[in-house]
Design a protein around this ligand. Sequence first.
Ligand code: V47
Length: 365
Amino acid sequence: MEELFIDSELADIKEKVLAGERLNREDGIKLMKSNDLLTIGYLADYVRKRKCGDEVYFINNRHINHTNVCEVQCKFCAFGKEPEEEDAYTMNLKEVAKAIDESPEGISELHIVGGCHHDLPLEYFEDMLKLAKEKRPDTYVQGFTAVEIAYLAEQAELNVKETLERLKAAGLDSIPGGGAEVFSPRVREQVCENKISGEEWLSVMEQAHNLGIKTNATMLYGHIETSEERIDHLIKLRELQDKTGGFLTFIPLAFHPENTELDDITPTTGYDDLKVLAVARLMLDNFDHIKAFWIMLGTKLAQVSLGFGVNDLDGTVVEEKITHAAGAETSQGLTRTEIVNMIKKAGRIPVERDTVYNRVGRVNK
Ligand code: V47
């Protein structure tokens, strides 16, 4: 493989990757700053193949965003609204029930995320979970980011553990990876000063893992963060994963600037999108899955990312509001057939999964 290398700076890293050695902070920064995308991709693809083989997971899911009212008001977010804004909305439980009823048959996951809204008590979330389980007993609920959970705990005057226990008892199966953004205090101060700290986000996840609730992890990239801050973020996730093993998958989220307070920032490029996915595969040696969220990447780049360390594609989705509020031009959902086709045309094997990566079936045609 030596002759394939263009950037000799990456030669040491290649040796480590081939030997299955863990990469350190300096390695990560070097990769993140390198423009030798093909080498990085080649290494990530090598690791993906060694670890996951040629199967690519996808999920038949539906996203529901029950409210866009949010007190946190992050500068990068076009979705969150003040309660008095004209386009603010909050679904009552009847409306949530309707959205669940209208979800396609055969979905294995309801992915429920919303803003931090002071009028919604813990009981609203418990009732929503019970309703979801009543209507779709075979469907996993992956719901409420660590930020929402910390907020709910504060509102209910409970600690995070008690709040998680209540939600779990009502039917919460898993927690999505949102709200992580970039853990760096410098970044958070500038783009989401009202949000819980990175340490608090990690603590909610650790407590969830300790209760047997598996979670995802994300990183919002492409705004004001540096390469160093990206790598520090990944290393913090890796450290927690070493401790708990509770993370299912890592999903980098490409910043969309439209209608946000950061609209002077140019959108991420395909080059950066692929690099972040590939470097994540190389740094997160204890994560089984690296997921491409096609809603943010576009279907074509998401498909190409299957050659850059990715083994997981999200999902049928049905309706997405957070990225579309910020200018995403992708469609609202994909059919199962379209996802299967994307994977097969990349020469890989589609495997439908549920939230916790049980196989729903292997698609042969
Ligand atoms: O927490 C907000 C991000 C997240 C913007 O766990 C933005 O499987 C881009 O976390 N441009 C919510 N991103 C979505 C999320 C998610 C999505 C898909 C799968 C999973 C999973 C999780 O979206 C927020 C924030 O980090 N976000 N605004 C924006 N303008």
